[in-house]
Design a protein around this ligand. Structure first.
Ligand code: ATP
Length: 287
């Protein structure tokens, strides 16, 4: 990213106190046999920031797919439970209806359209969104460029030429084009250098300060716990822990398994230490 000044704030979107996301007793299967989520419940209050932590394969992405209605694209099915936003049931609704309800996902790995220009990638973010008038699109685009000046500078360039951090900005900007009431972020820090991760964190804070709720899936637990009000820990498809982010970041289990810290007493490695393996990769990413 070229600019070091903090992003400027676009005008706040309207927020409703009913903009809460509810997941109740959700179970998800892939194919005929693999149950990736078992009886998962979580709550994201209107305008809140909630994080879902967990190691590789815990089911974090599956949870976001179930919320965003994209599970069928991955041969997944909700076998039990429900998802609702602002009191409106989303379970079983097509992905376009979920976006129209104000729930927008930024997928892991960014997935920008590499051959299209930055401007066309942003335009794609409005496809299927209600209120497609030119003025709404123009305003949304101006707000994204205001938030990410680097995208404005490079609007005519192919998205594939952007750096990893800029592509992450574009993926977030594209999601903002749909004017979400809640943003589902899947590993936004993945593979990015520390300075870029810090900038992404700043952007997430700004977006939330404007009233947009955030459900953040991260393996970078240190980052996620700094950003979130409330955290859940997913372990092999089940919620293992939950609580205020500040409290969780002080819990021995989270410190040992997800923040890569050793118990103060030290001592011999235990069998449980084997579970801490993903933390090693986490530390590599955040270097
Ligand atoms: P990571 O951090 O590695 O992305 P995750 O916590 O997001 O992991 P998921 O990607 O949700 O975990 O995977 C949960 C489980 O579901 C894993 O066992 C995974 O192999 C399986 N899984 C995910 N997608 C599919 C799919 N399309 N078909 C079959 N199994 C899948």
């Amino acid at each position: 990213m070229s600019s070091s000044s903090p992003p400027r704030l676009p005008s706040p979107p309207p927020t409703a106190t009913s903009d809460a996301l509810e997941v109740q007793g959700l179970s998800v299967t892939y194919g005929r046999s693999l149950t990736a989520l078992h009886d998962v419940s979580l709550h994201v209050p209107a305008g809140g920031v909630v994080t879902m932590l967990g190691s590789n394969g815990a089911g974090k992405t599956t949870l976001l797919r179930a919320v965003s209605g994209t599970l069928p694209l991955h041969s997944g099915t909700v076998s039990d439970g429900l998802v609702s936003f602002g009191g409106v049931r989303l379970t079983g609704r097509p992905a376009a209806d979920v976006v129209a309800a104000g729930v927008v996902q930024v997928p892991e790995g960014r997935h920008v359209f590499a051959g299209l220009s930055v401007a066309d990638n942003l335009r794609a973010g409005r496809l299927g969104v209600p209120g497609r008038g030119r003025e709404v699109a123009r305003r949304a685009t101006a707000e994204v460029y205001d938030l990410f000046p680097v995208l404005a500078e490079r609007r005519e360039q192919a998205a594939g030429l952007l750096s990893g951090g800029e592509q992450q900005m574009l993926a977030i900007g594209r999601a903002l084009m749909a004017r979400p009431r809640i943003l589902l972020l899947d590993e936004p820090s993945l593979g990015l250098a520390p300075l870029v991760v810090a900038r992404i964190a700043e952007v997430i804070r700004h977006i939330n300060a404007l009233g947009t709720g955030i459900l953040l899936v991260e393996q970078n637990a240190a980052l996620a716990l700094q950003l979130a009000d409330h955290a859940y820990v997913l372990d092999v498809g089940r919620i293992r822990l939950q609580g205020p982010a500040e409290e969780l970041s002080r819990s021995d289990e989270v410190r040992r398994l997800y923040l890569g810290e050793r118990p103060e007493s030290g001592g011999e490695p235990t069998l449980d230490d084997a579970e801490a393996a993903p933390v090693a990769s986490l530390r590599r990413w955040s270097r």
